[in-house]
Design a binder for this molecule. Structure first.
Ligand SMILES: Nc1ncnc2c1ncn2[C@@H]1O[C@H](COP(=O)(O)OP(=O)(O)O)[C@@H](O)[C@H]1O
Ligand SMILES: CC(=O)N[C@@H](CCC(=O)OP(=O)(O)O)C(=O)O
Length: 304
């Protein structure tokens, strides 16, 4: 026998906690058994508390019956290792120019350090996770990315050679399906493999979008380091589709790393994913707030 401690909450606090929990119920019911692809950007991995919160949110989603699939980035982490070996990072419209030496660093940092750190965190919070790069099970088949002046948002005179930068040719979902069936949370590093076995560095947003399409996911969530898509005055925009995005690219509101992000979100919703969300990864428990609450956070993108 033990004495029950009384809860040290006043009536209002108790009511607030109860209503937040009750608000989650319809979302748990709606998304049960559904796949939710979460892209975890390197800029949202900067603080330990944020990373812990992220891992807890993913574990909670799995526990209540959703199928979270994590695709991660690691741009800043690649940049700091490159700096340590005296190599400068160079980007063209949000894509890292990747020579052979840089490709080795990309593969080591993404597939080794960052991937295993996320897998480990999920385990520490009670989940079961397996980390993969696109080479495992030929998960991400890739080919060399060619960008030219005809690419939306690119103001280049000729075709630009980004080296070992790839684009997704095909996602082989077999290995992901197997992991989901085995109740594991897949954690995917955006390194693709060509038909000839060569490695390709692929922007993590683009991989997340293609993974979401291939899995016919319910939601694609892109965690980053801004409140969402902002206009030139810094206001948060939401409820976007192809037309509104085209105008924002043309007038320079969307540039740099936001270009691949918004492009892949649009592709995903135009190819069967119900909704895409650009979410502020600097907010603690951003994933949980987006999935389980009425307000959500960030920018919502849907098909027209
Ligand atoms: N319209 C916009 N709204 C918000 N951020 C934008 C916009 N256009 C460009 N950006 C830039 O895109 C960045 C996010 O992309 P990126 O740095 O690649 O993030 P991540 O590493 O999370 O993928 C923002 O930090 C901001 O500098
Ligand atoms: C081609 C290309 O740019 N690849 C990215 C892959 C990592 C990534 O996308 O990381 P974030 O999501 O943290 O930006 C890079 O080398 O930085």
């Amino acid at each position: 026998m033990r004495v029950q401690q009384t809860m040290n909450l006043n009536k209002d606090q108790a009511h607030n906690i109860a209503s937040v929990l009750a608000e989650a119920l319809p979302y748990i019911q709606r998304f049960a058994g559904k796949t939710i692809v979460v892209k975890y950007g390197g800029n949202a991995m900067t603080e330990d508390t944020l990373m812990e919160g992220f891992a807890r949110d993913i574990v909670l989603m799995k526990l209540v019956g959703m199928n979270p699939v994590v695709v991660h980035g690691g741009g800043p982490q690649i940049g700091s290792l490159l700096a340590r070996i005296g190599k400068e990072s160079k980007f063209v419209e949000g894509m890292r120019v990747t020579d052979e030496e840089t490709m080795d660093v990309v593969e080591m940092v993404l597939g080794g350090l960052v991937n295993k750190e996320i897998v480990n965190l999920i385990h520490r919070h009670g989940g079961n996770s397996v980390g993969l790069t696109g080479k495992d099970g030929n998960l991400i088949m890739a080919k060399k990315l060619k960008i030219s002046k005809n690419t939306p948002g690119i103001d280049a005179p000729e075709i630009i050679d980004l080296g070992h930068v790839g684009e997704v040719e095909k996602i082989n979902t077999g290995v992901i399906d197997m992991l989901i069936q085995g109740d594991f949370i897949p954690v995917i590093a955006p390194v693709g493999v060509g038909k000839d076995g060569h490695s390709y560095n692929i922007n993590a947003d683009l991989v997340a979008g293609k993974v979401a399409e291939a899995l016919k996911a319910e939601k694609l969530m892109l965690l980053t380091n801004t409140a969402g898509l902002l206009n030139k005055q810094g206001d948060l925009l939401t409820g976007l589709n192809s037309q509104s995005v085209d105008a924002l690219i043309a007038d320079g509101t969307i540039y740099g790393g936001m270009l691949p992000k918004i492009q892949c979100a649009l592709d995903a919703v135009n190819n069967g994913v119900t909704s895409a969300h650009i979410v502020d990864g600097r907010v603690e428990h951003a994933v949980m707030l987006e999935v389980f609450t009425d307000e959500g956070v960030g920018t919502l993108i849907t098909a027209e």
